[in-house]
Design a protein around this ligand. Sequence first.
Ligand code: E4P
Length: 217
Amino acid sequence: MKFFVDTADVKEIRELNDLGLLDGVTTNPSLILKSGGSIIEVTKEICSIVKGPVSAEVTATEYEKMMKEAAVLARIADNICIKVPLTLDGLKACKALRSDGHLVNVTLCFSANQALLAAKAGATFISPFIGRIDDIGIDGMELISEIRTIYDNYDFQTEILAASIRTVNHVKQAALIGADVITAPPATLRALVKHPLTDKGLEAFLADWAKTGQSIA
Ligand code: E4P
């Protein structure tokens, strides 16, 4: 499973990348707003830090304008993945961008049929938004399961990128179902390492080690 971080915070991205944990980055207009920087400059810096796909989202809603924005975003770096919304214009743009050899992430997916359309449009990634589905009282993880079944039924190569991940349990469930990628906020990625018994066990080992009076190096 690949780990993407869902942020445009360059400092966070640098730290996680240094840990060797990152396979890519996802951004969106809200995250760019939060970063306080210009989309071009911030995205360029992110692409210089992380080698894997960096999703940058178009903000136009019509096909022709999306294609113009995509051309600008694609010039930022070779590892740009153009993010388009799951609309008819977005799917048309996805097909055209894939034909031109770009990576494409189809975002704002909330149903299995939408994911089917994205796969037919040749999307590199489909982004079902788990947390936002949970927010309306429906089990978001069920969608990941449905998409996994459909993609496997027809051998679609589109990768399932579980997005809007809010908890470490979301990560575990997505992995159990077989999502190809998760994108999560920095804090959620860091929280994956935590377990009280690890802390307790380490504390006990260190206390006993101190009593030996030895040192390794
Ligand atoms: C993914 O590409 C999206 O940017 C993101 O996961 C949305 O998450 P949110 O629902 O927490 O805003």
